[in-house]
Design a protein around this ligand. Structure first.
Ligand SMILES: [Zn+2]
Length: 85
């Protein structure tokens, strides 16, 4: 269950450098994009840097402010197990 909207969580993925990386999004975020729900994305700690980079690129795009606020200030902080979501 998503803490933000109560919808069930479903697997999602992002593609970077030809590889597919999985994470979980709620149905609201799946339909409306990662920024559609404040609690709509769960990504684990110690993600590969390519995935983290993709997330930060997404957050830098128009409408990505909500996602950006939920990311650690620096991508390297993912390696320290920063909770996201
Ligand atoms: Zn949600």
């Amino acid at each position: 269950m998503c803490a933000g909207c109560g919808q069930s969580m479903v697997p999602g993925y992002t593609t970077k450098n030809g590889r597919r990386y999985c994470y979980y999004v709620c149905r609201t975020a799946q339909k409306g994009g990662a920024t559609a729900c404040a609690g709509g994305m769960i990504v684990g700690p110690r993600m590969e840097s390519a995935v983290v980079g993709a997330l930060y690129e997404l957050a830098d795009q128009p409408g990505g402010e909500t996602l950006r606020q939920r990311l650690p200030a620096e991508p390297a902080q993912f390696d320290e197990g920063a909770p996201v979501g």
